[in-house]
Design a protein around this ligand. Structure first.
Ligand code: SAH
Length: 246
């Protein structure tokens, strides 16, 4: 069965959007993945087709109603993981994307306005709240497109060279090394000599060193985790001593 994506949204016309282009688009045409959208408004309970209401306790904006969202979600209940896009969720990372891509597909719930009535998550605890990062979008749709794009490029047969997926940023818990291509000299700058040496062992060592130093400088959070995982004994004792030492 190909990877099946279902998106619950108030703006189904935003899909497949950019996912109809290039790698993902060709994969969609080939049937390597499928996409279904569900209009949340179709599950409104009244004749005005209301999907939102004012925030309890006051404040700006509107909140998506739990009853309408639950009805929309229950209409697609199956064994696929359900993600709700929200800045209050855990930031999604490549390891989770890899797991999702290896599974049957995903259902994604897109918010709008001020977001979801919190009781939805209490009543449907299988929903995983996921953030794209510490930014605020106007809706969950661009976040859903990003998550789907990340999954689709990992599906078998979608990317040309399978190795280019495995060596990428985050796959080893590190950023990727910097890349260069022809011309050899551009605006007086040359490509690092080692990359022209043809010495595969030296190139691999240089790339590993760059990957480590760039991660340390640019993403101390990733580096800390990577370094910790590398030297930490199985008991986890090192982390405890390290923290109490500081
Ligand atoms: N009032 C909310 C933001 C609502 S933004 C808050 O401050 O937490 C409207 C919708 O956009 C959200 O319901 C969510 O679906 C989507 N959204 C905004 N930022 C996002 C992010 N960083 N990751 C995932 N979804 C996001």
């Amino acid at each position: 069965m190909p990877f099946a994506a279902t998106v619950l949204t108030l703006y189904p016309e935003m899909f497949p959007g950019p996912l109809a282009i290039s790698l993902a688009g060709r994969a969609l045409e080939r049937g390597d993945w499928s996409l279904q959208t569900v209009q949340i408004r179709d599950f409104a309970m009244d004749r005005h087709r209301t999907v939102d209401d004012t925030p309890a306790g006051g404040g700006a904006g509107m909140v998506l109603k739990a009853d309408v969202l639950a009805a929309a979600l229950d209409s697609v209940a199956d064994d696929r993981p359900v993600l709700a896009m929200t800045p209050r969720g855990a930031p999604i990372a490549q390891a989770r994307v890899r797991d999702l891509a290896a599974g049957p597909g995903v259902t994604i719930l897109c918010g709008r306005f001020e977001g979801f009535d919190e009781r939805l998550f209490e009543a449907r605890p299988h929903i995983e709240q996921v953030s794209l990062g510490d930014i605020v979008l106007s809706g969950g749709e661009p976040a859903a497109l990003a998550v789907l794009d990340a999954c689709i490029r990992l599906l078998p047969g979608v990317m040309g060279a399978p190795l280019s997926g495995a060596e990428e940023s985050f796959e080893e818990g590190l950023l990727e090394y910097p890349q260069y291509t022809r011309p050899y000299e551009w605006e007086g700058r040359t490509i690092p000599e080692v990359l022209r040496s043809g010495d595969h062992a030296r190139i691999a060592a240089w790339r590993k060193a760059m990957s480590e130093s760039d991660t340390r400088l640019r993403r101390p959070d990733l580096w800390e985790r990577h370094d910790g995982a590398r030297v930490q004994p199985a008991s986890g004792a090192r982390r405890e001593t390290k923290e109490s030492d500081q």
